[in-house]
Ligand binder design. Structure first.
Ligand SMILES: NC(=O)c1ccc[n+]([C@@H]2O[C@H](COP(=O)([O-])OP(=O)(O)OC[C@H]3O[C@@H](n4cnc5c(N)ncnc54)[C@H](OP(=O)(O)O)[C@@H]3O)[C@@H](O)[C@H]2O)c1
Length: 235
C-alpha cells in the first residue's frame, strides 16, 4: 500500500506541530507547512530527528502566490494528499482588547484573511490532489465561532470562525460525491501562544480530535462540528 500523505498549515508550533507529530507516528508522510521557510525547516528537523517522515514546506495561507508555489512543490515531492489540516490561525491583539464598536475593520479583514480565506484558498489549491483518491479536510475552528453561544468581545476571531464553519458545510456538501470529507473541530482550550498560559489543555491533547478527523475512513462523517472528545457541537 502507498504511504498516505498529510499537510498541516501553521504547524511550526502550537497545536499544529503536535498534529504533524501524531500523523507521522501513524505512518503518514507529513508536510509541515509554515509561513516562513526557516520556521518550517527548524520545526521539521525536530521531528525528523525522532525518525519521523516530515517534510518542511513554506506556505503563507494569506498569500495566493505562496499557496500556489506550495501546491506545485507538494505535487512534485508528495504526489498525493490524503489529509489536509487547515490549522493556521490568528487572534490579533486589538481583537483581544477592543469592543466591536472600536475594532478597526482592517483588523477584522486581517483575521478573515488567515482564519477563513486561508483555509478556503488552501483547500481550493490542494483539492485536485485530494480528489485523486479521496480523503479528509479538517478545519480547525473554535467554540468562539459558535452562533449558539455568541457573547461580547473577540468580534473578528468569532466572526472568522463562524464563517469558516459555513465554508466547512458548503465544501462538505460539494465534495461528498468525490469521497472527500470536510469537518470542523474545536480542539479545546489549549496552552499555546494563542490559548495563553492559563489554558488547561496541552497541545498534544488539542491535536487528538484533529488527528481523529484527519484519518477518517470512507464511512466517516462529513459536514460536522466536533468538540475535543469528538462530541457533536451546535453551530
Ligand atoms: N489554543 C486554543 O485554545 C485554541 C482554541 C480553539 C481553537 N484554536 C485554533 O487552533 C489553531 C492553532 O492554534 P494554536 O493555539 O496552536 O495557536 P499558535 O500557537 O498561536 O499557532 C498558530 C500557528 O498559525 C500560524 N500562522 C499564523 N498566520 C499564518 C499564515 N498567514 N500562514 C501560515 N501560518 C500562519 C503561526 O505561524 P507563525 O509562527 O509564523 O506565527 C503558528 O504556527 C488555530 O486555528 C486556532 O484558532 C486554538
Amino acid at each position: 500500500m502507498e504511504t498516505k500523505v498529510a499537510l498541516v498549515t501553521g504547524s511550526n508550533r502550537g497545536i499544529g506541530f503536535e498534529v504533524v507529530r501524531k500523523l507521522a507516528r501513524r505512518g503518514y508522510r507529513v508536510a509541515l507547512a509554515a509561513r516562513r521557510r526557516a520556521a518550517a525547516e527548524e520545526a521539521a528537523s525536530k521531528l525528523t530527528a525522532e525518525g519521523l517522515d516530515v517534510w518542511p514546506l513554506e506556505l503563507d495561507v494569506s498569500d495566493d502566490a505562496s499557496v500556489q508555489e506550495a501546491r506545485r512543490l507538494a505535487e512534485e515531492h508528495l504526489g498525493r494528499l490524503d489529509a489536509l489540516v487547515n490549522n493556521a490561525g490568528v487572534l490579533l491583539d486589538e481583537d483581544r482588547r477592543l469592543p466591536g464598536l472600536e475594532l478597526p475593520v482592517a483588523a477584522v479583514r486581517a483575521t478573515f484573511e488567515v482564519n477563513t480565506f486561508g483555509p478556503l484558498r488552501v483547500t481550493q489549491a490542494f483539492a485536485p490532489l485530494l480528489l485523486r483518491q479521496g480523503g479528509n479536510v479538517v478545519n480547525v475552528s473554535s467554540v468562539m465561532g459558535q452562533l449558539a453561544s455568541a457573547g461580547p468581545g473577540y468580534l473578528a476571531y468569532r466572526s472568522s470562525k463562524a464563517a469558516l464553519n459555513m465554508v466547512t458545510r458548503v465544501l462538505a456538501a460539494e465534495l461528498a460525491p468525490h469521497g472527500v470529507r470536510v469537518n470542523a473541530v474545536h480542539p479545546g482550550w489549549i496552552r499555546t501562544r494563542m490559548g495563553g498560559p492559563e489554558a488547561p489543555g496541552r497541545p498534544e491533547e488539542g491535536a487528538e480530535p484533529i488527528v481523529a478527523l484527519a484519518t477518517l475512513g470512507p464511512d466517516g462523517p462529513s459536514g460536522g462540528f466536533f468538540g475535543p472528545d469528538l462530541e457533536r457541537l451546535e453551530w
